[in-house]
Design a protein around this ligand. Structure first.
Ligand code: PMP
Length: 425
């Protein structure tokens, strides 16, 4: 058999890039194949170097909520490039970006731009500790908050897929203030608060778990976290790197009507450019340097080209909020449809979804947390994934990731996807 271009590229890549990829979730390790190398993308389609076209449900892991290569965003980037790629100095568009978000999201009084979701979370945690004068952080098993040392404890996403429980190279001292609770289990959070003896600076949570596959919060779970944080004088941080500007313009906080003290963003906020941000209450954010004593910085933070892309996308979303109603409907059509196929075929699998995010779990157990997510048959998932890919459907190569719907996925495209699911399952 002749090697594909992707296979040849992967053969070269593994010699010079660890694992052949610049982020573990891109590898097809759990599938046992070379990843598809991508050449370009447009709307809901992505094209690999061998000329194959796929319907894309990765959407760059979330940023492409308007579909790939959205004309207005591309134009804004090209225009920004003409003025120079980076100045490392203050620019007008950074003020516009901050004002645009703060004027429209009630729980964000001030915001700081960074370059990734990892940085956003790492910085939000630092400011929470600086503000409260406490060190302990409660996180949930299966939630992924980027790859900073303190957050690599029972993290989801690539950490979960690779089967490495925690990362080597993280000194114990870096994680000894990270306390681990069970998602959807308020009792486990309360127990930790009691054990911590008043030393909890913050609870950080993905308001919809989306890095152990999609795990919706139980009724009252987020409200309960809010109440516990108030009772124990800790800050509540919503990691909205995936859910921000996706479930609603105001993210999961708006969607579920629960107000966090701090929020972290990534993905959609940069429209595909490397942008993250953290923001929230004025009295907390005023502690960030140079206004305050919590240090955090970035040579390329607020980069003008990245801001142009992100702000164009945010403005478009704000002006077209019917997109959110449409995404709910598309989610119902696709994920509801997949759930129906599972039932019709008498399969004992779980279809979890919230809005445009969904996951089919190959397990008979309802998936409500890390432990139940891990009960999934990853070999059965790999088989499903490979068959779907061969039918032209591009999904995350892991049981423990979400499918992302965009505005570019039409009902016809979704029906085509459902036909494939019907054949494959
Ligand atoms: N938080 C959440 C909820 C995420 O999903 C991710 C990435 N998938 C991150 C943080 C880290 O973001 P980044 O990969 O941009 O560092």
């Amino acid at each position: 058999r002749i090697m594909t271009k992707s296979e040849k590229l992967f053969e070269r890549a593994v010699k010079r890039i660890p694992g052949g990829v610049n982020s573990p979730v891109r590898a097809y390790g759990a599938i046992g194949e070379a990843p598809r190398f991508i050449e370009r993308a447009e709307g809901c389609y992505i094209y690999d170097v061998d000329g194959n076209r796929y319907i894309d449900y990765i959407d760059s892991w979330g940023p492409m909520i308007l579909g790939h290569n959205f004309p207005a965003i591309r134009e804004s980037v090209l225009k920004a490039c003409e003025k120079g790629l980076s100045f490392g100095c203050a620019t007008e568009i950074e003020v516009e970006m901050a004002e645009f978000i703060c004027d429209r999201i009630p729980h964000v009084d001030m915001i700081r731009m960074v370059n990734s979701g990892t940085e956003a979370v790492m910085s939000a945690i630092r400011v929470a500790r600086g503000y409260t004068g406490k060190n302990k952080i409660i996180k949930f098993a299966g939630c992924y908050h980027g790859h900073s040392d303190a957050m690599l404890v029972s993290a989801g996403s690539g950490v979960m897929t690779s089967g490495v429980p925690d990362s080597a190279g993280v000194p114990k001292g870096c994680t000894e203030d990270t306390m681990l609770a069970a998602y959807n289990d308020l009792g486990s959070v309360e127990t930790l608060f009691q054990q911590a003896d008043g030393q909890v600076a913050a609870v950080i949570v993905e308001a919809v778990g989306a890095n152990m596959g999609v795990v919706p919060p139980r009724e009252g779970f987020l409200q309960g976290l809010r109440a516990l944080c108030d009772q124990y004088h800790a800050l509540l941080i919503f990691d909205e790197v995936i859910t921000g500007f996706r479930l609603a313009f105001g993210g999961a906080a708006q969607y579920f009507g629960v107000t966090p003290d701090l929020v972290t963003y990534g993905k959609i906020i940069g429209a595909g450019m490397p942008v993250g941000a953290y923001g929230g209450r004025r009295d907390v954010m005023e502690l960030v340097a140079p206004a305050g004593k919590v240090y955090q910085a970035g040579t390329l933070s607020g980069n003008p080209v990245a801001m142009a892309a992100g702000l164009t996308q945010l403005k478009y979303l704000y002006d077209h909020q019917e997109i959110y109603t449409e995404l709910e409907k598309k989610g119902e059509l696709l994920y509801g449809g997949m759930g129906k196929i599972v039932k019709e075929k008498g399969l004992n699998y779980q279809m979890n979804y919230v809005g445009s995010l969904g996951s089919l779990f190959f397990t008979g157990q309802p998936v409500v947390d890390y432990v139940s997510a891990k009960s999934s048959d990853t070999v059965a998932f790999a088989e499903y994934f490979k068959k779907m890919l061969n039918m032209g459907i591009h999904m995350a190569p892991s049981q423990f990731e979400a499918m992302f719907l965009s505005a570019a996925h039409t009902d016809e495209i979704i029906m085509e996807t459902l036909d494939a699911v019907k054949l494959v399952l």
